[in-house]
Write a new protein. Structure first.
Length: 298
């Protein structure tokens, strides 16, 4: 099976070890989101006269993609406050191994407010101009995507992390990263929403045909730690019924997994799931990512 992991973080070095692990468990290709676990996301630098913008770089991912073509590609995080954002997206379009953009308005309330106000129109317009899909981390606020999906129907949008709010394992990290006096109170409330209730809201966005779902961190989001993550199965079936397998792509995000499963366990929780047809597995584990990211198997 042609297996693509559509999100793994990678820092300096590590590509050789990651490739060895991929070969061991049967993963053909990995989409790298280069992030060294810093805040707001090293490696990168401040831009603009007031230094409010942030521009990421991807030295490790780029080297991995050129060294092992076909095995690695990567995405570029973009910032609405980067005064050269449109140019950054154009240059990303011209890079041989860049497959997509990523934005994370769901990580703090200021960015979420800006997203709701339409202040990321420029990012979506640039993505449309240069034909790049966008991964969006929205933390349960999938309803806010509707105006962008309608205004920019030519842009392919992939909703990160099952579209879910952070849940009890992740909300303390969100609160710490936001760092406001009331962050614990706010994110604690967000993280306490029952998963079934939160996921029903996510499924409503499936009626928009230019949106797909990245099935990542499901054990965390649905409180289903431990192989084979059986507690996620009913939610995945709902997602497949709503989106169709051709609009769901799997990602391990093994470098930031909160529930402790190995890379192989996260993969085989899908590959050996008896509730899934062979066709559904082939789409989820590779076909959807290849199609939505324009990444042909080599």
């Amino acid at each position: 099976m042609d297996i693509v992991d559509s999100q793994v973080h990678l820092g300096p070095g590590g590509a050789d070890r990651m490739l060895a692990a991929m070969d061991a468990i049967g993963i053909k290709s990995v989409l790298i989101d280069e992030w060294w676990m810093g805040t707001p996301g090293d490696p990168g630098y401040r831009v603009g006269k007031d230094g409010r913008g942030f521009r990421t770089t991807s030295p490790t991912a780029e080297l991995a993609a050129w060294t092992y073509p076909g095995r690695f590609s990567y995405l570029i995080r973009v910032d609405r406050l980067d005064p050269e954002m449109h140019t950054v997206v154009r240059l990303a379009r011209d890079c041989k191994h860049v497959r997509a953009l990523r934005i994370s308005p769901g990580m703090n309330r200021a960015e979420l407010k800006a997203f709701a106000a339409g202040e990321l129109d420029g990012v979506f317009a640039a993505a449309g101009d240069y034909g790049l899909p966008i991964f969006v981390q929205i933390s349960g606020n999938t309803h806010l995507l509707a105006r962008y999906l309608e205004k920019f129907p030519q842009v392919k949008v992939i909703v990160c992390h099952c579209g879910m709010p952070p849940g009890k394992r992740l909300w303390p990290i969100f609160a710490r990263m936001e760092g406001l006096p009331d962050s614990n109170e706010y994110w604690g409330k967000v993280g306490s929403e029952p998963p079934a209730q939160a996921f029903d809201k996510v499924l409503e966005i499936a009626e928009r045909r230019n949106v797909a779902l990245k099935w990542a961190h499901a054990p965390t989001m649905f409180d289903a730690a431990g192989y084979p993550n059986a507690g996620t199965h009913a939610f995945l079936r709902k997602a497949l019924n709503a989106f169709g397998a051709e609009r769901i792509m799997w990602a391990s995000d093994i470098s930031a997994n909160q529930t402790g499963e190995s890379w192989a366990e996260l993969l085989f929780a899908i590959r050996n799931n008896p509730d899934l047809s062979q066709r559904e597995k082939e789409h989820m584990l590779g076909g959807t990512a290849r199609n939505w990211l324009g990444w042909e198997a080599s």
